[in-house]
Design a protein around this ligand. Sequence first.
Ligand code: FAD
Ligand code: NDP
Length: 543
Amino acid sequence: MSYLSDIFRGTKKNLWCLYCREKPQTMDSDSSDQEAENYAEPSNQVAEELHDFPTEHKFMYDLIVLGGGSGGLAAAKEAVNYGAKVAVFDFVSPSPQGTSWGLGGTCVNVGCIPKKLMHQAALLGEAIHESAAYGWQIDPETVKISWEALRTAVQNHVKSVNWVTRVELRTKKVEYINALGYFKDKHTIMGVMKTGQEKEFTAQHILIAVGGRPRYPNIPGALEYAITSDDIFSLEKPPGKTLVIGAGYIGLECAGFLNGLGFEATLMVRSIILRGFDHHMANSIADDMQKRGVKILFEAQATKIEKQKDGRLLVHYKNKDGQALTDTFDTVLIAVGRRPLTRELKPENIGLKLIPETDKVDAVNEESNVPNVYAVGDVLSGKPELTPVAIHAGRLLARRLFANSTEQMDYVNVATTVFSPLEYGCVGLSEDDAIIQYGEDRIEVYHAYYKPTEFFIPQKDVTNCYLKVIALREDDERVLGMHFLGPNAGEVIQGFAAAMKCNLTFPKLKSTVGIHPTVAEEFTRVSVTKRSGLDPKPQSCCS
Ligand code: FAD
Ligand code: NDP
């Protein structure tokens, strides 16, 4: 039991005891927030006792983690496994539209989890319509989504994860402090409580894991009237006709599931789709989304958003020819990237180095330029903004700090999936990057179109079901990159990412016996090289 909790338990009976309070009957946000609030408000007396830390410890904690999201929680939970005394600060500032949420960070509350659930809801809608071809007796006219029911189901799941996270911290004896932290000095964090009161907390090591929040473009009306991914998953009213601005992961995924749920979705693309990804695959996603009904405005930029008398939003934008146009939407969702929450930490108080253009933490091996201050997750410069990356880096750092480990995080060949309606999973280099890195002559690109068996009966469009393997021509054809566009792409690519970690070569891939009939087996069947100019279309299902 840590010192802080001892004080709370022993001397402050009116405060919430992290270790003995019964689970509330309901998991609605109010009760959850109330608990957080109670716990987050130690009295002055408690704070004074904390400063007067009596025994062998110089600091109140071995580790203070700023940010209770993917990376921070993973590091905190791992650190206590090795006997460290740990506190996690987590505080969510409401979005400009007033949306707020509980413990667990972006992934759980406004990221991966609610996104995947809404993606799944959209896929189910598609499946219901397909099922008629398989003999299910459905009336397509009566199939429609209840946004309210979906949102409630998603939010109930999110709240249950908030609750489980809190219980896990309690069980593991990690202190949860519902306060906004910032640096007073390199060992002292000031915690701004919900009331505005400030308290001091000290630690030997401090981990920055504060993640990021959506960026807004600098155009009139954006902050006032638009929503972001912070708001969409708990939106009270159905979004209706929606404009999604931004063509990264979030833009594509949101436009994709909204369209799948039956809402008219338009995607506004400033330059290209999915910058940094294999451009052929990215264009195929765009093609597939258009075929499903998403309207894409290429090379267009919004210039103003106005609210009309009827409450709808009038969007002014310029098209690629510089023509000024307008359209009216019920909802405008902005997805133009995220900014790290590092400036709020008062980095100047400890001389913390940030990258000037991005405000991300300049760190090597998660170590900042301030010796006892570390960073993991979305705040790190030049690293993928993905949950498993934050978790893995957080765990390894905790082991290095408290368990004499020397293992470093390997950020190379991290697999990822864009949950567009037809999913795109990839690992390693894109064809474009492989050419830049090795030259066209030194790489071989194997590719194939394929027909998922389950697509035949409902006669689903297979034109974008495609994969490619990029291999070095030397070095026993070591595989440099794998790309898969099709159903369950995330599930498909995960195992191949492990194979690439073990230095997969193309001959080894070819000698792997497939599992039939699956879409993943298509990787074991691919044999046509781009260089050959042969047709990569499928011959038959089983040859
Ligand atoms: P976060 O999870 O953002 O946690 C940071 C926490 O710190 C937050 O709770 C924040 O409120 C809190 N905080 C901030 N400042 C302070 C402060 N000063 N004091 C106290 N607390 C503070 N990744 C995937 O791998 N797969 C996906 O499918 C996926 N989908 C996504 C979908 C969306 C819509 C979004 C937005 C992101 C998605 N991501 C996905 C990315 C993933 O969510 C992030 O990479 C991950 O959450 C980053 O974890 P983190 O620990 O760095 O920060
Ligand atoms: P991204 O950085 O991926 O994409 C931002 C998009 O916004 C780009 O298309 C960019 O265009 C465009 N853009 C930037 N500024 C403007 C502007 N002023 N006007 C119009 N368009 C603009 O950010 P996201 O917000 O989509 O995602 C953030 C991160 O979250 C991702 O990098 C990813 O790591 C993570 N994430 C992961 C997911 C997953 O694993 N499935 C899902 C969702 C998010 P341009 O190319 O022209 O700069």
